[in-house]
Design a protein. Structure first.
Length: 115
């Protein structure tokens, strides 16, 4: 299990909306919402380039405490507000999804990102 606030600091993530969850156990990377619904484990960090309001609904449905929007993309204000209402962390990174996935995998394995 890893801490979300530690992840934010370690990966220098931008916080678009603060969430209520404080930890996560897994990660999932995907942009097709139906696959996320069918495959993402609960209590995971979800990495996507999607930034419309439906991502918040999917995260809520799957008990996903945090979404990271990759590639420097920015969600609209209504998405930010909905995430905050639902208590889901909405985060951003300039890294692409592949790079973020690798970093989070390493962190979950207890490995350092340096070296």
């Amino acid at each position: 299990m890893a801490g979300i606030e530690d992840l934010i600091k370690t990966l220098n993530l931008k916080v678009f909306a603060p969430g209520k969850g404080d930890s996560f156990e897994a990660g999932y990377t995907g942009d097709l919402l139906s696959l996320v619904i069918g495959s993402a484990p609960s209590n995971s960090i979800w990495i996507t380039v999607q930034r419309h309001i439906n991502i918040v609904g999917v995260a809520s449905l799957k008990d996903i405490p945090a979404i990271i929007i990759s590639q420097g993309l920015v969600p609209d204000e209504d998405v930010r507000q909905k995430a905050e209402e639902e208590g889901i962390w909405l985060l951003g990174s300039s890294d692409d999804s592949f790079t973020l996935s690798g970093k989070i995998f390493k962190l979950l394995q207890g490995e350092s990102l340096s070296g």
